[in-house]
Design a protein. Structure first.
Length: 383
């Protein structure tokens, strides 16, 4: 499809190209010095004690669950309005995902009230997801977790560069998991990062990332070790030097990317309010500084979403949905307890459409999208 305005677009320059070439010419491709530099720069950027780079955020979530010791018989509270990896990670370790509802049509992050209703004696952890880069109510969630002695794992895949009360999202709970997939605010193609301030957790995460081995090929190459022990059944969830090199460059651009995204969201708010007042825009006044990963809007109640998205497509504008709720997927249906359902998640997810958002989208393009939305709303209402 030849989109006039795609949902997202990657912003790479000559800097990323040069960084990749440097790695190729160094002839050292697996995890080594470039990855170590990426990890320490990332840790510094979010203010965490440890950062551990991995192959993707799904691997990060899996390792976070393992490192926290979650397993069979444990319940982990998760949002259903998230990417499926948030809940899959819980299933990887044999624990039970328990789906909590979101707060409201203005705040699509986990409802603290709903989390409370999900608590049982088996609850061991909460995985929060900062939808669109907007912060969950971390103060309330952390105090609830402390009260009940629960781990808090942050799925910060949307939150590269988001801040709440001066503190980076992803650094509030015991472990934070970031994604550098192609459509995220900073990218390495595939990639992810774990952060934690806990030395013990960091050590377990490092070991589990690489087969449970006590030394890396890199350390042996450097002469720091010649053998190793295997202290756990680990995985190969390593990143590589090529991706880390791209990540280091992208990290230096992240703040600027996010400033551009914020500007674009301001234009959207202004134009849509004027041209499409029947549309509901969530997160209009939300605590913290979002990195604006996506721009979600809610169609009027009873609106015809497929026709709306078709009408946008006819104008060569790509839209998407975030998300079909996880509990409705075939692989999840009826498997887990869910007293009373998730009315807010279900209501919002039927109406949600995501509009294009990426650094470099111009003011004229935003106006063009807003005008297209106005037409699409009109056409989809007439059908
Ligand atoms: C992208 C994403 C993930 C998975 O990230 P990968 O790096 O692609 O594994 C997990 N959770 C959420 C909310 C995401 O958006």
């Amino acid at each position: 499809m030849d989109w006039r305005i795609p949902l997202g677009a990657i912003d790479f320059g000559v800097e990323e190209e040069a960084a990749v070439l440097d790695v190729l010419r160094s002839r050292w491709l697996t995890m080594g010095g470039v990855t170590q530099a990426f990890e320490s720069e990332f840790a510094a950027s979010v203010g965490a004690r440890h950062a551990i780079a991995v192959s993707n955020a799904t691997a990060a979530l899996h390792l976070a669950c393992l490192a926290c010791g979650l397993g069979a018989g444990d319940e982990v509270i998760v949002p259903s309005l998230s990417f499926v990896a948030t809940a899959n990670a819980v299933r990887y370790v044999g624990a039970t995902p328990v789906f909590a509802d979101i707060t409201s049509e203005d705040d699509l992050t986990l409802s603290v009230e709903s989390i409370r209703r999900c608590l049982t004696p088996q609850t061991r952890a909460i995985i929060v997801m900062h939808y669109g880069g907007y912060a969950c109510d971390m103060t309330a969630i952390l105090s609830l977790a402390q009260e009940r002695d629960l781990f808090v794992i942050e799925d910060a895949a949307h939150a590269d560069g988001s801040i709440l009360e001066g503190r980076a999202l992803g650094t509030w709970g015991q472990v934070g998991c970031y994604s550098f997939f192609s459509n995220k605010n900073m990218t390495t193609g595939e990639g992810g990062m774990l952060v934690t301030n806990d030395d013990g957790l960091a050590e377990r995460l490092r070991i589990l990332r690489s087969h449970g081995m006590t030394s890396l090929t890199w350390q042996r190459h450097q002469g720091h070790a010649w053998s190793y022990d295997v202290t756990a059944v680990g995985y190969n969830y390593r990143i590589d030097e090529i991706r880390s090199a791209i990540g280091r460059v992208q990290l230096t651009k992240l703040e600027h990317f996010n400033v551009q995204r914020a500007q674009i969201v301001n234009w959207y708010n202004e134009y849509l309010q004027e041209l499409a007042p029947s549309l509901h825009i969530p997160f209009r006044s939300h605590p913290g500084e979002s990195c604006h990963h996506i721009f979600p809007v809610l169609l009027p109640v009873g609106g015809d979403r497929p026709s709306f998205m078709e009408a946008m497509k006819a104008q060569r504008i790509q839209t998407s949905i975030h998300y079909p709720p996880i509990h409705t997927f075939s692989a999840y249906q009826g498997l887990y307890p869910m007293d009373g359902g998730l009315p807010v998640t279900e209501g919002v997810s039927r109406r949600e459409v995501t509009l294009p958002l990426y650094p470099g989208l111009t003011q004229d393009e935003v106006l063009f999208v807003a005008q297209a939305v106005q037409r699409a709303l009109h056409e989809s209402a007439n059908d």
